[in-house]
Design a protein around this ligand. Structure first.
Ligand code: ADP
Ligand code: MG
Length: 448
């Protein structure tokens, strides 16, 4: 019973500092994870180690057994070599101060056990939790066997005045105890760090959504006066007979700039509207025909030909206005990428297995692998007058429909964008996972 009380006390000495560290340091509301506070780690680990020494679990022939190696280890792995060594020195100084017959054993054994954690320290944060737990288990095994080996040798050569009374069972129990508390420590530190990471991400995304909502509300307010201005400029433009040709040119210029401002505002508003989806059964074939019709005048204006082969009766479960936006964005990019003399954009739509594939292929400027890798990133644009938001929105809408958007491109010879969307199923059973089809393409799979 006494031992159990001591054991609970030691576990508390080791685990409580982790939560103390979280409360004091990690819980501050910052958008990035706070850097490790080495002084606090040193302070808490030293305190934990010394308390473990003051209240040992049991005494084997006068040898106090404790879990003070765990704070040493934690300090090395999470605070770095200097913090780890400082904690160990502080604890050993306490041991010297408190006295006892076998201090020199601690002085020899302790540095030996620090070798492995010191070697692992630089890579520790890259390991997965499973690897960390496995390493903790292995370390515990090595530590227990080495301790008993050294003790046996010392006793054999009568270097310490004890008899080897410890049974194998005792050794096994101490191994279990050490492993259990060490793994618990690793797990708790990991989950504490994960919480801090999630918290930081939440704060960051909250900030971003406030900014995007602000941008959207400003954009919304600006759109109305712009429409009024456009209307009046158009009115002025109708009386072209009595107009100075220079003014006529200016009016055309003002109108095109106003259109451009409208486009930018639309992009921003679309970015902010991402949360609201209204999905229904919808005919993708009709939707694509409609989009192609809308874009044909723009394509004619740019002297670009559309070639389409859209299979009938393609149905998906989706939000029609959002999906329209996807194909408008893709077609617009394709038209903008081709040259005006022999520009051609092919639109193909067909069903394949559980998916509908819509391929938009152009013979335009194409993209280098570096550019391809950045596609869909917010604000990434190579156009003088682009916003770089079109594809950010497009990727996000496709993802919301459990679909994928993949690009293939070569500089000089063109680009093809393929959207895959799950086919509509009447009962709307859980949609097939989009990742299932990832292996089918050898090209880039890109997400914003
Ligand atoms: P924007 O059109 O405003 O520049 P997008 O997000 O729509 O923004 O596109 C980002 C960038 O990706 C474009 O600036 C362009 O350089 C590149 N891009 C997109 N589609 C194509 C394409 N079909 N061919 C070549 N480049 C493309
Ligand atoms: Mg675009």
């Amino acid at each position: 019973m006494e031992n159990l009380k001591d054991l609970i006390l030691q576990v508390t000495f080791i685990l409580f500092p982790i939560y103390l560290y979280q409360a004091i340091w990690l819980n501050r509301p910052t958008p990035t994870i706070p850097k490790p506070n080495l002084f606090l780690i040193y302070l808490l680990c030293s305190l934990s180690a010394v308390l473990c020494m003051i209240f040992p679990i049991y005494v084997i022939d006068g040898l106090p057994y404790g879990l003070h190696y765990i704070p040493y280890l934690a300090a090395v792995l999470y605070g770095g070599p200097m913090t780890g060594i400082s904690v160990t020195c502080t604890a050993l100084l306490y041991r010297l101060y408190s006295g006892g017959d076998v201090i020199w054993i601690s002085l020899i054994i302790t540095p030996l056990f620090l070798i492995v954690p010191l070697m692992l320290q630089s890579k520790w944060n890259d390991f997965t939790i499973q690897t960390k737990l496995l390493l903790g288990f292995l370390f515990s095994g090595i530590k227990t066997s080495l301790t008993y080996l050294i003790l046996t040798i010392l006793i054999f050569f009568k270097l310490i005045p004890f008899s080897l009374a410890e049974s194998l069972l005792e050794m096994f129990l101490s191994f279990l105890l050490f492993t259990f508390v060490l793994l618990m420590t690793i797990y708790c530190v990991n989950s504490t760090k994960e919480n801090a990471f999630l918290r930081a991400r939440l704060i960051k995304s909250e900030k971003l959504s406030i900014v995007s909502e602000l941008a959207a509300s400003v954009a919304h307010e600006v759109r109305n006066p712009l429409t009024v201005v456009r209307g009046f400029i158009q009115l002025i433009g109708t009386d072209r007979k009595n107009m100075d040709p220079k003014n006529e040119e200016y009016i055309t210029l003002v109108l095109s700039e106003l259109d451009r401002a409208q486009e930018i505002i639309t992009d921003y508003l679309n970015l902010a509207k991402q949360q609201y989806f209204e999905k229904n059964k919808l005919s993708l074939s009709n939707l694509l025909d409609e989009v192609v019709k809308i874009m044909t005048s723009y394509a004619n204006f740019k002297n670009v030909h559309f070639k389409n082969s859209i299979a009938p009766d393609l149905y998906v479960h989706g939000d029609s206005s959002r999906l329209k936006q996807v194909f408008l964005n893709l077609l617009k990019n394709a038209v903008e990428a081709v040259s005006e003399s022999d520009g051609e954009v092919k639109i193909t739509a067909y069903s394949s297995h559980d998916y509908i594939r819509i391929k938009i292929k152009d013979n335009g400027v194409g993209m280098t692998p570096e550019q391809l890798a950045r596609i869909g990133e917010p604000y990434f644009t190579l156009k003088e007058r682009g916003t770089g938001l079109g594809l950010t929105v497009t990727f996000s809408i496709v993802e919301q429909h459990e679909g994928t958007l993949r690009y293939k491109s070569e500089p000089g010879s063109g680009t093809s964008a393929t959207v895959s969307l799950p086919i509509y199923k009447p009962a709307e059973s859980p949609l097939p996972s989009s990742s299932k089809h990832q292996g089918e393409f050898s090209d880039h799979k890109l997400k914003p």
